[in-house]
Write a new protein. Structure first.
Length: 185
């Protein structure tokens, strides 16, 4: 339990340290070009997180599977093709759900929900996003229109808005079945 509390505290510290006096900040995101096609294996890598996204078409409709690896805390999970994952984060039960609501030729829209379910030392991250292809089609942008994080520290919730956030994923392979171990992570 102490390890879980320290892990969540580290995660909370990183998120809450970014808050403070209100400030205006521009987020540049590449524009939607619609070039290329959806199927493939994509990567997003930052100092905080590494995310792999596999996209395939089933009956012409995009489906997504995600692998998430935190660089700040001992948290990792991989979803199934429905977007669901159950995992353990420092001994605490965690769940993740990526729900696709609108799936089109050029844009995919959905929701993101990550939760470590402990009433005293848990976290809840919820957001809405849109996904689109950019450049020559070898990149996709995941733009969070809303992304809120709630950290529970000794049962006291603290909530911050992390939006606007945008991640640019680079297409590593045209295959939507590339293995995690094959990726340059």
């Amino acid at each position: 339990m102490l390890a879980a509390a320290l892990s969540i505290a580290a995660l909370a510290g990183a998120a809450l340290a970014q808050t403070g006096p209100a400030r205006t900040q521009a987020v540049y995101l590449p524009e939607d070009t619609g070039a290329g096609d959806w199927p493939g294996t994509y990567l997003y890598i930052s100092r905080d997180v590494k995310v792999a996204m596999w996209i395939r078409l089933r009956d012409g409709i995009p489906e997504i599977k995600v692998r998430y690896l935190s660089m700040q805390a001992p948290e990792t999970f991989e979803t199934d093709w429905k977007g669901d994952a159950s995992y353990t984060f420092s001994g605490l039960p965690g769940t993740f759900a990526l729900r696709l609501q609108k799936r089109g030729e050029r844009t995919i829209e959905g929701t993101w929900r990550r939760e470590v379910a402990d009433p005293r030392m848990g976290l809840l991250e919820e957001g809405t996003f849109s996904l689109y292809r950019t450049g020559n089609g070898r990149a996709i942008v995941m733009k969070f229109d809303k992304l809120d994080l709630e950290i529970r520290d000794r049962g006291i919730p603290r909530r911050v808005s992390l939006a606007p956030v945008g991640w640019t994923f680079w297409k590593y392979s045209k295959r939507s079945d590339a293995l995690w171990d094959e990726l340059p992570i």
